[in-house]
Design a protein around this ligand. Structure first.
Ligand SMILES: [Zn+2]
Length: 283
């Protein structure tokens, strides 16, 4: 499979959904992606993934940026907001539509069995029904890639996921389409994000290739769980980050990534140390 060469120039990104401020879980992802960019003398972009409008909280984007700045994580280009890029998703969708790989789907959630989409609407809608969403015809075959944290991965997207939705019934572009379009537009070479997205990667590789772009290398960091084993998230009320003690806040994220931090007493010492340690582990 064609992938960006490790020796190619590095461009990474952090792409939070502004559904609330960063918490301990999302900070781990931010830190990992920032260190990976710095360790490879790369660029680090910030993208606000705010097209899933019901989840977006007004002002959370600004809050996230303030938190990153307080922790000394600085992006290298003006941030982009997905809500301002809808015409790019439309253009990509049109490109796929012209290739004959988009179809309307009339299925309601209640109609669908659990598991992969069984292709009910692939050959046209039943009489008297209209499209509720638009799906992409997934090409047959296995997708294999090497995740820099999780190792070799393989998925038969057509079999295991089925044709997936690019545009929802309410007109909203899905995450899968938007992320692929934006990663290509920002020339992202390295994606560092939470392990909950590992399962989306094969889908995104296929979609990226269908749009004529080169898939980025990926590194999926383990998710931080609470004491009951649930993923820490805004939805289950993870505590806010303590920005009055930025070093301690960064060190907890650093330790959660499995690194040692003994002897680090200042922010000035933390950044070069962590960057160098990260580079040793993920050259
Ligand atoms: Zn359907």
């Amino acid at each position: 499979m064609a992938q960006a060469l490790p020796s190619a120039a590095y461009t990474g990104r952090f792409a939070p959904t502004p559904s609330g401020p960063l918490h301990a879980g999302s900070l781990i992802t931010a830190l990992a992606s920032y260190l990976d960019a710095r360790a490879h003398q790369g660029r680090w972009h910030l993208r606000i993934e705010d097209i899933d409008t019901p989840r977006v909280v007004h002002g959370a984007d600004q809050h996230i940026m303030q938190q990153l700045q307080a922790l000394e994580m600085r992006w290298d280009a003006p941030p982009i907001w997905q809500s301002r890029r809808l015409r790019h998703y439309q253009a990509a969708f049109k490109q796929l539509e012209q290739a004959g790989s988009i179809y309307g789907c009339a299925c309601t959630r209640a109609q669908l069995p659990p598991g992969p989409y069984p292709g009910i609407c692939r050959d046209g809608l039943a009489a008297g029904t209209g499209p509720r969403a638009w799906r992409w015809r997934v090409p047959a075959g296995r997708v294999s890639f090497e995740d820099r944290w999780a190792g070799p991965q393989t998925q038969d997207v057509a079999q295991e996921v089925g044709d997936f939705i690019l545009r929802r019934a309410d007109g909203v572009w899905t995450y899968q389409l938007a992320v692929v379009v934006d990663d290509a537009a920002q020339h992202i070479t390295h994606i560092v994000r939470g392990a909950d997205l590992l399962d989306s990667t094969a889908r995104q590789i296929l979609l990226t290739q269908a749009l004529g772009a080169l898939p980025a290398l990926t590194l999926h960091v383990p998710l931080l769980c609470d004491t009951q084993g649930y993923k820490l998230s805004k939805q289950n009320h993870a505590p806010a980050l303590d920005l009055t003690h930025p070093l301690e806040t960064l060190l907890s994220a650093w330790r959660a990534l499995g690194f040692d931090a003994s002897g680090i007493n200042t922010l000035e010492a933390f950044w070069p140390y962590a960057t160098q340690q990260w580079h040793q582990r993920f050259p």
